[in-house]
Design a protein around this ligand. Structure first.
Ligand SMILES: N=C(N)NCCCC(=O)O
Ligand SMILES: [Zn+2]
Ligand SMILES: [Zn+2]
Length: 326
């Protein structure tokens, strides 16, 4: 193949071989993986949603997918932290972008849902790269179709269970309230991790609990430590199919400045990656990494963090795919 993709003993086609084609060469796919058209029957697809018409503050997450792909060129095929070789364990591809209208949030999200349904046909898993957090709603609608009421682990500074902004019910502060109202969520098994920062009022927390979420706050992670947070996280979701939503603003702005609604006092990348690795114990049926806004990034800090977060999520899903095939 023109891109010199590696083929593993398992028959899976992996990234372009960095000893033939240097990492900085070629058009960026995620981790320099093959495109979806280039290999048969992919198990997992990475797909971008360049959409940010749901933002309430700084715009620019529409450029997130391209930035994360550019920032993912250095990812290597073996993950020593978990002992997983994701690209050899499962056929992973880049499915390009779901390009949707920037002028109507409802139409855009309907299009994302339809594309997600098509990409997920036959049990394929998706890792979505946003885009703003509005995309969680169509992603959950799609996953619900196959798995029923879903457990969600939501890494974010923000609750994203607010009601409306300027009368608009579909935006990046509301996806989990809409999902809960629509009956998509397992109300005993949803969890926010990394919450911090000012709220509109105490009622936000009461609403959030009623909508099905428990909280591990950023301060609790600091006080109790990551191992205890991991224990609580795994207990909350149990053995239910779980959807992982990572808003990159869960990281402290020092680790991820390139985002639209930054809040001081967040997790380090090291803490987040460690928590994600623990998800190997869960049945992860899909995931997303959202809210990367490259205009506010520096030296690819946010892009690289998002690329590594994506890599851990792919490792977890690939290990599960390989185990299921045995
Ligand atoms: N989903 C993200 N990143 N932010 C939601 C913030 C909603 C607000 O401006 O209150
Ligand atoms: Zn957020
Ligand atoms: Zn969010």
């Amino acid at each position: 193949m023109a891109e010199n993709y590696v083929t593993y003993d398992t028959g899976k086609v992996g990234p372009a071989d960095a000893s033939i084609s240097p990492r900085y060469a070629g058009i960026a796919t995620f981790a320099r993986l093959p495109r979806i058209e280039e290999v048969p029957n992919p198990d997992i697809a990475v797909v971008g949603v360049p959409f940010d018409s749901g933002v309430s503050y700084r715009p620019g997450a529409r450029f997130g997918p391209a930035h994360v792909r550019e920032s993912s060129r250095l990812l290597r095929p073996y993950n020593p932290a978990t002992g997983v070789a994701p690209f050899a364990s499962a056929q992973i591809v880049d499915a390009g972008d779901i390009a949707v209208t920037p002028y109507n949030n409802h139409d855009a999200m309907a299009a994302v849902e339809q594309a997600a349904n098509e990409l997920r046909a036959g049990g394929r898993k998706l890792l979505t790269i946003g885009g703003d957090h509005t995309v969680a709603l169509p992603n959950l609608r799609s996953v619900y179709k196959d798995h029923g009421e879903i457990a969600v682990i939501h890494f974010d500074a923000h609750l994203d269970t607010w009601d409306t902004y300027f009368g608009e019910d579909t935006n990046h502060g509301t996806p989990f309230r809409r999902a809960s109202e629509e009956g998509l969520l397992d109300l005993e098994r949803c969890l926010h991790v990394g919450i911090r920062g000012p709220l509109y009022g105490e009622q936000d927390l009461r609403d959030d609990e009623r909508l099905g979420f428990a909280i591990i706050s950023s301060v609790e992670i600091e006080n109790e430590g990551v191992p205890s947070a991991i224990e609580r996280m795994l207990k909350r979701v149990g053995d239910r199919p779980v959807y992982i939503s990572v808003d990159i603003d869960v990281l402290d702005p020092a680790h991820a400045p390139g985002t639209g609604t930054p809040e001081a006092g967040g997790m380090t990348s090291r803490e987040l990656l460690r928590m994600l690795r623990a998800l190997g114990a869960c049945n992860v049926v899909g995931a997303e990494v959202v809210e990367v806004a490259p205009a506010y990034d520096h030296a690819q800090l946010t892009g690289i963090a998002a690329a590594h977060v994506s890599y851990e999520l792919l490792s977890v899903m690939a290990a599960h795919t390989a185990a299921a095939a045995e």
